[in-house]
Design a protein around this ligand. Structure first.
Ligand code: URA
Ligand code: SF4
Length: 235
């Protein structure tokens, strides 16, 4: 029955050929405000169809510290602001304990639209991890933020952000807590010379962890390491 098989293959190929890429939506010039405005209309992958809106990064335009999460959550999607829900509250607390002023940091996400499944009986939207393809599609926005903010230190929170900047072989479990140079990010990445990356766990993972206290302490310790690297790079 090759007919049915090839039709199925054709359908799958059509789907695979649909291009997931934010690049056509990026402005050719302009700073963060221009990028924020343009990102509001991004249709670089299917996630924009279901979410309320794009959640772009926030914070000082030339922050020396940039924090990269996974994607906006339910609250972030409703308010249009990164890290304002439960994970954001935990992150704020951890930053304070690590001696980092949140106001000094640029906070963003690897993926700019909330991905979720509906649970009609409970009227809840359940967070769903973005696919590697969606994360790759959204990466041009992250690279633009990296180029424009030009931080000295980037903290990646969780696997999605870690992979976005350190490559597909990145593993939180083994790679977290150790500062390293930011690898070259391709043509859109701008100059990354001297930028240090400190990968750590995601605050949402801390909220879900059975050993929450220990994992939280680990997050704070990693943020302290990031603060130390920041001091070392101050000049
Ligand atoms: N989790 C994230 O990764 N980012 C947010 O902005 C909120 C929750
Ligand atoms: Fe564009 Fe990123 Fe939203 Fe996909 S998730 S539509 S690439 S902003």
């Amino acid at each position: 029955m090759t007919g049915g098989g090839s039709r199925a293959t054709a359908a799958r190929d059509a789907h695979d050929d649909e291009r997931y890429d934010a690049t056509p939506f990026l402005p050719e010039r302009g700073g963060l405000p221009a990028h924020r405005r343009a990102a509001a209309d991004c249709r670089g992958c299917p996630l924009h169809r279901y979410a309320t809106g794009t959640v772009f990064g926030r914070g000082p335009a030339h922050a020396r510290l940039m924090l990269v999460g996974e994607q906006p959550g339910d609250r972030e999607d409703q308010e249009g602001k990164a890290f304002v829900g439960p994970a954001g509250r935990l992150l704020s607390k951890a930053l304070r304990e690590a001696g980092i002023d949140e106001e000094d940091a640029y906070l963003t996400n690897a993926v700019k639209h909330f991905k979720f499944t509906e649970e009609p009986t409970r009227k809840r939207r359940i967070h769903k991890a973005p696919s590697p393809r969606e994360a790759l599609a959204c990466r041009p926005w992250l690279l633009a933020e990296l180029r424009l903010v030009s931080p000295a230190v980037v903290v990646t929170l969780g696997a999605t952000a870690g992979r976005a900047l350190l490559g597909p072989s990145f593993r939180v479990g083994t790679d977290r807590g150790v500062p390293r140079p930011l690898p070259a990010q391709g043509p859109d990445g701008g100059s990354v010379d001297g930028v240090r990356v400190l990968p750590t766990v995601h605050p949402s993972a801390v909220l879900r962890a059975p050993d929450r206290k220990q994992m939280y302490e680990g997050l704070v310790a990693d943020l302290r390491t990031a603060a130390g690297v920041l001091e070392d790079t101050a000049g």
